[in-house]
Design a protein around this ligand. Structure first.
Ligand SMILES: NC(=O)c1ccc[n+]([C@@H]2O[C@H](COP(=O)([O-])OP(=O)(O)OC[C@H]3O[C@@H](n4cnc5c(N)ncnc54)[C@H](OP(=O)(O)O)[C@@H]3O)[C@@H](O)[C@H]2O)c1
Length: 357
């Protein structure tokens, strides 16, 4: 069944304040409310539900991100993916506080994720770092707190310039950080805890040593990096997967993009499926992720794309479409972790990814 994308709807005109959804557009409002009420939810062990579609906020610039988050919530997004290192949590917090204060949404209707940056892995840094994030977001608790990367930096180093800015895992094992994450969960500062960018090897070790299975692993996931063995491993261990860069992360800084980089949104197979269904390539990519039982967190700050991406949950891919997309696997990472691997050092691409792809 095809689905007509709502992006072409003439009502989807953003004004200078990026507000959307004019009340004069009842069809659009009805359609979005249907999308909202049909949103796929992923269930955690305690019965809590993670909305399968979330909003990414990396590279959502100050001055823009607050309006984007408000527009997303008004459209029906209920899951926002944040991180301290994105440098925009205070603006997101202010935007949410305004919406709570004027009664547009209640805190408990939202799922808010944030992440512990790599310079705060020492157990004594976990609680104050989370408290800072909560203060910035103006929240009493998070729904999910993740260890952002399985690499540690010296405290205060945001991006390492030399190998000595990092701390080897032999000196600061992930299990120590994980134990402190369990501590902040026990204090009620986050409902759930998990990790990001962990391989199966690192997850296995953490489960063996750590006493508690991470509830979520957030990692790069799209048709060029399909992560089937990880999906199977996580299903067996009751770990939910969240896929980042679902659209191919075209907004990354240029220096992180190799010249030969394939552009996912322009892939001929994706483009042709989209054309046949009368939807957009982004909608095909988002729905492909959700149909695999993972959550996806496409980032946009543009109202028309926020609506387009949100409506993707109504796209129906056929078995043939899914098979065609499966054939696109390239084991291609857009995020190689090159920013903190150093030749012949304790963090190399091999130690980061453990040979898994
Ligand atoms: N855990 C981690 O280590 C990690 C790493 C990377 C990302 N993440 C999270 O995952 C989120 C998503 O990943 P990402 O931001 O790297 O990449 P992405 O969501 O795949 O792509 C975002 C880019 O696509 C554009 N875009 C959005 N919707 C579009 C549409 N419908 N059509 C065409 N272009 C569209 C956005 O531009 P506009 O904003 O201009 O629309 C932006 O440039 C991040 O924002 C972050 O929250 C986590």
């Amino acid at each position: 069944m095809s689905f007509t994308t709502i992006t072409t709807n003439p009502c989807m005109i953003a004004d200078s304040h990026h507000t959307i959804l004019p009340p004069s557009c009842p069809n659009l409002l009805r359609r979005l409310s249907r999308v909202k009420s049909n949103m796929t939810q992923l269930r955690l062990a305690n019965g809590d539900q993670l909305p399968a579609l979330g909003l990414g906020t990396w590279k959502a610039e100050p001055g823009v991100v607050g309006q984007a988050v408000q527009a997303a919530v008004r459209l029906g997004y209920r899951h926002i993916d944040c991180a301290k290192i994105y440098g925009n949590e205070a603006e997101i917090g202010a935007a949410l506080a305004t919406m709570f204060a004027n009664g547009e949404i209640r805190r408990e209707e939202l799922w808010i994720t944030s992440k512990l940056w790599n310079d705060a892995h020492r157990p004594e840094h976990v609680l104050p770092t989370l408290q800072k994030t909560l203060a910035d977001l103006q929240l009493d608790y998070l729904d999910l707190y993740l260890i952002h990367w399985p690499v540690a930096f010296r405290h205060g180093v945001l991006y390492p310039e030399q190998a000595s800015d990092t701390v080897p895992l032999s000196e600061l094992p992930l299990v120590e950080t994980w134990s402190a994450m369990q501590g902040v969960q026990t204090r009620g500062l986050t409902k759930h805890i998990g990790v990001a960018n962990f391989t199966r090897h690192k997850l296995r070790r953490l489960i063996e040593q750590g006493g508690q299975v991470p509830e979520v692993n957030q990692l790069e996931l799209h048709p060029y990096l399909q992560q089937w063995p990880m999906l199977e491993f996580c299903q067996q261990n009751r770990i939910l997967l969240t896929g980042y860069a679902p659209l191919g992360s075209a907004g990354r800084p240029e220096h992180l993009k190799p010249a030969d980089e394939p552009v996912l949104l322009q892939d001929p197979v994706i483009v042709s499926i989209a054309a046949r269904l009368g939807v957009t390539p982004a909608q095909v990519l988002i729905q492909w992720g959700i149909s695999r039982g993972v959550s996806v967190i496409p980032k946009s700050v543009r109202p028309e794309r926020l609506a387009e991406n949100f409506a993707a949950t109504q796209v129906q891919l056929s078995e043939e479409d899914t098979l065609q997309i499966k054939s696109l696997e390239r084991h291609r990472r857009y995020f190689t972790g090159q920013f903190w691997t150093f030749p012949e050092h304790h963090y190399t691409p091999e130690t980061l990814w453990d040979g898994e792809n």
